[in-house]
Design a protein around this ligand. Sequence first.
Ligand code: HEM
Length: 131
Amino acid sequence: MKTDIQNRDDIIILVNTFYYEVQKNDKIGTIFTDVAKVDWSLHLPKMYDFWESILFGKAVYKGNPMLTHFKLKEKATMQEQEFSEWKNTFFTTVDELFEGGNAEIIKQKAQSIADLMHFKLNPPESRINIV
Ligand code: HEM
């Protein structure tokens, strides 16, 4: 039987599985492996901190994800399709491993952060015209 996401150890399992799947994804995998050439030994612990901060309110993550992704957008396509793949992979990974209140919350948080990030990286024309 599946259990809920209860602590940092569960987050570690989630994050490791998610990025294993992300690397294999034919739409966004190469953004990590070829474009950003991610150093996993640095990126994974950063993501444990990030999700622990989001889900359990522990302020262990120090960083600026928006800045990171703005820089990334100069080198890679970061639009509807890419965000959709990211979200689907995240949701599927959570559902395959866990079940419960925190599993639902982490998916909702991921959805809203992803949608906000997508919006900020790709502002609609109307927003540009106002400025
Ligand atoms: C199309 C979707 C996305 C792609 C392709 C993507 C790609 C990446 C890559 C390649 C990095 C590593 C950059 C580096 O180490 O040089 C990164 C970092 C990161 N990503 Fe994403 N990302 C996506 C969406 C998201 C979303 C939706 C979230 C949050 C829910 C997120 C959270 C983060 C965080 C926290 C970091 C670490 C930032 C830092 O402190 O350096 N990413 N992302």
